[in-house]
Design a protein around this ligand. Sequence first.
Ligand code: SF4
Ligand code: SF4
Length: 317
Amino acid sequence: MIYNELGKTGLIVSKLCFGGLTVGPLQADLSPVEGGKVIREAFERGVNFIDTAELYGTYPHIKEALNGFDRHRIVISSKSYAYSVETAETALEDALQSLKTDYIDLFMMHEQESEHTIRGHYEALEYYQKMKDKGYIKAIGLSTHHIAAVHGATKYAEIEVVHPILNKLGIGIQDGNIEEMLDALRRFRYDGRGVFAMKPLGGGHLIKSYDEAFDYVNNLDVVDAFAIGMQSVDEVIANVSKFETGSIPIDLKKKLKAKERKLIIADWCEGCGNCIERCGAGALSLGENGKAVVDNSKCILCGYCSKACPYFCIKVI
Ligand code: SF4
Ligand code: SF4
């Protein structure tokens, strides 16, 4: 495993980060014990960096994985949509209590779109800074699918890390292409700030060209680390093997290729439109029958729409 400092935060992270969304209720829906085992396997194999979010519902899984493990060896990143002191305080308290920890290594503003949204969340950012001064947070960042948010982050000294969507085809970037995103990241990193990428496999779209997609992000000069979602021990072994040896054992590769992920919308959909509003990728619309339909070419399988559905119609399987 390779370990890098995340910008100048002092956080030393494995370059391969465990993307925590996939074990939780928005995707594989593993129990905390099952999900904890998958995460723990990654920890045992040298992955010391895990990314999650308030939204993902995976604090119990991470707590389980940490049970009997040295917490201080692990770097935990989480994020919240909090925009005010009150909402930020609730989000941080929830993370600290649910994970039974005294600090969160990296706390981020979730899904920022531009300088304007950062400004709109500034109260929360100021709160995180105060909590950082008190030692409850080690570093502050933001996550984004937007180039404009990376440019925005560059203007705020408090934002030490960005967590952008980044893959060889630029899948999921909402306001430009991969070259423009890389330019923005180079500017952001100019004074030594940190970047850890998300969705190097384009939310599953690049699974057929896994090796090229993995190598592309792994070789980028702007990336300190990158998060890959892993749902099973097999996926942990495969990703660690790819990272450490450059390849995956053939049998394991075949087994994983057979398991493609997809978004399912149940036929009891009421056509309320909540999911359509929630999807930042513009992948959902109402079909002729008044029920939600997904455009698979745009969907990055983040699962966020499933949380927005009051009728529990949507699942990523
Ligand atoms: S349709 Fe759902 S899973 Fe797909 S990109 Fe939109 S919010 Fe994410
Ligand atoms: S939120 Fe659920 S019920 Fe509403 S349109 Fe989407 S899938 Fe249908």
